[in-house]
Design a protein around this ligand. Structure first.
Ligand code: ADP
Length: 645
């Protein structure tokens, strides 16, 4: 315990000397004064636990004056034997005991010890009483996890229990203390109040990490004195809030008026309150951080397109996010608790799986391509696995993160197909163009005009083929990217069929194929995009001729049916094998037998025809029998007629 401090006031230097010596011998820190005035001056500068004062030096007034700023000080009066009345009065006014001159050192020291002891007991008592509400409070604090209401509760308690006029709680933000809760403080002051560490009363306390009790308006520190005057504070009490040896804030209490100043008991109470508050604040902060962290993680899990699945060390599913639901088709509640291998199949959860690899090495498995067997069938996925460790370094589960790459793989396959088909189709015409150009460059013998014409014709046809191929690819990409702007106009389908026949005339003649159009005579015009309908008719008629045998026949029939135009393109050609039928509208799909027989094409014609029909809200169906022929039936809405002005 710190040494107790005594101030002795006596004008008789003999008595003063005796007191100083005998009390110092008892282990007290003792100061002497020879007048009441001098005593008050000394007591202003330093704190004392006990005042021993001669009654002849206005002892009563001196005691009361010092009590103003040191309310806890114990008073012992020195008096003459005959002054019984004065002794009674002194005791009534709050002195704790008295010694009568002449006294022995023993008497003095036992009186002083008794008085200090009595005060100590009183203090203990007070402390016990203050501990009771604190005990109740700390229970409340620990139950409060909402930081703001906790801070309000702390300032309210501080204010009520110390009868302060103002209370505020400031928390450290960087090097600044910011008011987070207050009572009795005008809100604009509270909002603007910021103390830097080391500045102002709160800053001083935060800087030192020690409580401060200013019982009167005075302080030795001019900076604090100035702050008190500025804020019209009569008495201030400020304690640091300390968590793990680090100041996190301060609790400020102040009294403004003339009433009694804060006492040592108040300081003790507020110090304990501050201790409890600091722990509760830290707990609420950690809780809030944990909640925020949890929300963040939950949002990520909810919103990510990736599948996230957590399994425990038994490989049973403990978490299954919406991304995983979308990819696999399973609903979270139906798979939680089930073994991963049962749900995802052997490649992910089985004996020789990536999960087992993660389990045996205890290390992260970098993303790899696997096949996940979901409810929606097999999906290609890129899967990475990370073991989850507890704080003791033990694996308690695994986190599986995967992306559905089925579509990407399909695109990849298509891309390879495109590259293979397109490069093949580009190379053939380019090769003939190159060959015939070289022949022409080599100068034909005798400048054979006919031969030159033939060569140039081949070059011309091959160039057309190239243009057509590239055009088809471009049309397709435009249609698929949704960039194609449709221009609808009334179209006479009969005329368009006739134009197409004209286009294929030579080709048909070469193969002795006859072309027949059967167009309903009063067929109304359809509202459609000319370019697209052209693509549609051209590709179907072209195919019908291409896949017909020599001497065959191609029919185009157009009829109005309800609100639709039904256009059928019929041939008596080779037909399509039933297994291929569902695929012929896929990009670059060609029936193997037709490709083998050397018939040219890239597998885009039907895709384009289908896109063109669907762009108008129509459709294409196909009926075919191998060796007998095929019939492509297009349905197109006739559409509302707009009179051409
Ligand atoms: P391409 O004609 O360039 O090969 P398409 O997309 O027009 O491409 O046709 C896809 C495939 O469908 C053709 O390769 C062919 O095998 C088959 N096919 C299309 N039309 C017919 C038809 N009228 N008769 C027989 N097979 C056809």
């Amino acid at each position: 315990m710190a040494q107790e401090r005594i101030l002795v006031v006596d004008s008789d230097s003999g008595v003063l000397e005796l007191c100083l010596r005998s009390l110092r011998a008892e282990g007290y820190v003792v100061e002497g004064a020879t007048s009441g005035h001098q005593a008050i001056e000394i007591a202003r500068r330093e704190q004392f636990d006990l005042l021993l004062v001669d009654i002849m030096l206005n002892g009563l007034e001196v005691y009361q004056a010092i009590k103003e700023f040191t309310p806890e000080i114990v008073g012992v009066i020195i008096t003459g034997s005959e002054r019984t009345e004065e002794i009674i009065k002194a005791l009534q006014l709050g002195f704790d005991d008295f010694v009568v001159k002449p006294f022995t050192p023993d008497w003095l020291s036992s009186t002083v010890a008794k008085a200090l002891n009595k005060r100590r007991l009183e203090r203990e008592n007070v402390r016990l009483w203050t501990l009771m509400p604190l005990f109740e409070l700390s229970k409340d604090f620990l139950a409060t996890l909402d930081l703001n209401s906790l801070l309000d509760q702390i300032v309210q308690t501080g204010l009520q229990e110390t009868k302060a006029d103002r209370a505020s709680l400031m928390l450290l933000e960087g090097q600044e203390l910011v008011v987070k809760a207050s009572v009795g403080l005008p809100s604009e002051i509270a909002a603007a109040a910021r103390d830097k560490v080391g500045q102002g009363i709160a800053g001083w306390v935060a800087g030192r990490g020690e409580p401060l009790l200013l019982a009167d308006g005075a302080s030795l520190n001019p900076q604090i004195r100035e702050a008190m005057t500025r804020e019209e504070i009569a008495s201030a009490l400020c304690v640091p809030l300390v968590v793990k040896d680090k100041v996190v804030g301060v609790l400020n209490l102040s009294k403004l008026g003339e009433g009694p100043a804060f006492t040592q008991g108040d300081l003790e109470f507020v110090s304990i309150l501050g201790g409890e508050a600091a722990i509760a604040i830290e707990k609420a902060r950690l809780y809030q951080e944990a909640i925020e962290e949890k929300r963040k993680t939950e949002t990520i899990l909810e919103e990510t397109f990736n599948g996230i699945v957590v399994v425990d060390s038994d490989m049973r599913i403990t978490a299954f996010n919406p991304g995983a639901e979308t990819i696999t088709g399973y609903v979270s509640k139906n798979v939680l608790g089930r073994r991963l291998s049962e749900v995802f199949g052997p490649e992910v959860g089985g004996d020789d799986s990536l999960l087992q690899k993660a389990a045996s090495t205890g290390e992260r498995v970098a993303p790899q391509e696997v096949v996940i067997s979901g409810k929606l069938g097999a999906r290609d996925a890129l899967l990475g696995i990370t073991p989850l460790y507890d704080s003791g370094g033990k694996v308690f589960g695994y986190l599986l993160s995967f992306a559905d790459i089925t579509h990407l793989k399909e695109v990849d396959r298509l891309k390879s197909n495109i590259v293979a088909n397109v490069s093949h189709e580009l190379r053939a015409p380019l090769a003939s163009i190159k060959a015939y150009t070289e022949l022409l460059l080599d100068e034909l013998e005798g400048d054979d005009r006919d031969l030159r014409q033939r060569f140039l014709k081949v070059i011309d046809q091959e160039t057309d083929r190239l243009t057509e191929l590239l055009g088809g690819l471009l049309d397709l990409s435009r249609l698929e990217a949704g960039q194609f702007v449709m221009k609808k106009e009334p179209l006479q389908v009969g005329e368009m069929v006739a134009d197409t026949f004209g286009l294929f005339d030579i080709q048909a003649q070469e193969s002795k194929i006859s072309l027949h159009a059967d167009i309903q005579p009063d067929l109304p015009p359809i509202m459609a995009d000319r370019e697209l309908v052209n693509v549609l008719i051209k590709n179907l008629v072209g195919n019908a001729i291409k896949f017909s045998n020599e001497g065959g026949r191609v029919d185009v029939v157009a009829r109005e049916e309800g609100a639709n135009l039904i256009l059928s393109v019929i041939d008596q050609g080779m037909g399509i094998p039933p297994d291929d039928l569902p695929h012929i509208f896929e990009k670059f799909y060609r029936v193997w037998s037709t490709t083998e027989s050397g018939i040219k094409g890239v597998g885009l014609g039907l895709v384009l025809a289908k896109e063109a029909a669907e762009a108008h809200g129509g459709q294409i169906e196909v009926e075919s029998e191998l060796g007998v022929g095929s019939r492509f039936i297009v349905t197109l809405p006739i559409g509302e007629q707009v009179d051409e002005q």
